[in-house]
Design a protein around this ligand. Structure first.
Ligand code: CA
Ligand code: CA
Ligand code: CA
Length: 213
């Protein structure tokens, strides 16, 4: 009975821990809202601007420009940023667990009709080229990737030249599944759980004895 209770507590602990980690967005400023740009306008920000979080090329941020609303919040980015720097690429690096599976999602839209705006997105073992040809029309994109290291870089790179194209919003990375610990780690881990649970139980019993005295 005591063992059953012990396992139940340990399991609850794991479920709570997993739930807490799996919903946090590992990307900072993924919605391009952290630096305010006035309504119906645009600004561009250089790498290193406080609160920008993205690195690489300049980041051009729009707020409802030409009447096109964000897919999340009020603002979004145009990957082909002002001024022209050749290749346009923005990226962000975050902590991961090697072999862990992560969810990646974002929204993208073309700025112009039928201009074959294209960009590549990559993270961990994942890489894909996306094309968009319909002006001001958000597409949802979602995939999974496996982290190859203890940190992972999510990169968006424009494949069409010029400063027009590839609108992005709502970039989210969350933990999907972490790898099962190596066999040699399972026993010490279980021992640790049992020890922690017994300690917890011992203190609880002592406390209830004190209260009953
Ligand atoms: Ca946004
Ligand atoms: Ca704004
Ligand atoms: Ca631009």
């Amino acid at each position: 009975m005591a063992l059953f209770r012990l396992l139940r507590i340990s399991l609850s602990f794991f479920i709570i821990t997993f739930a807490l980690t799996s919903h946090a967005n590992l990307i900072t400023n993924g919605g391009f809202e952290d630096i305010d740009v006035p309504n119906n306008s645009w600004r561009f920000f250089t790498q290193g601007t406080p609160n920008l979080a993205w690195q690489g090329s300049n980041v051009e941020i729009w707020d409802s420009l030409f009447g096109f609303e964000a897919s999340e919040g009020e603002q979004y980015a145009e990957l082909n940023a002002h001024p022209n720097q050749g290749q346009f690429s923005i990226y962000q690096t975050f902590d991961t667990v090697t072999g862990g599976i992560y969810n990646l999602s974002f929204d993208y839209s073309a700025r112009r009709n039928n201009r074959n705006e294209q960009f590549e997105v990559s993270a961990g073992d994942f890489s894909q080229v996306l094309s968009n040809n319909i002006r001001f029309n958000w597409n949802d994109f979602a995939t999974e990737f496996t982290a190859l290291d203890t940190s992972t870089t999510l990169t968006f790179t424009a494949l069409n030249s010029g400063t027009l194209g590839n609108l992005l919003d709502n970039v989210v990375v969350t933990t999907a599944r972490l790898p099962i610990p190596e066999p040699e780690l399972i026993f010490p881990l279980l021992l640790l759980i049992v020890f922690a649970t017994l300690r917890f139980q011992y203190h609880r019993v002592r406390k209830s004895h004190r209260l009953n005295q």
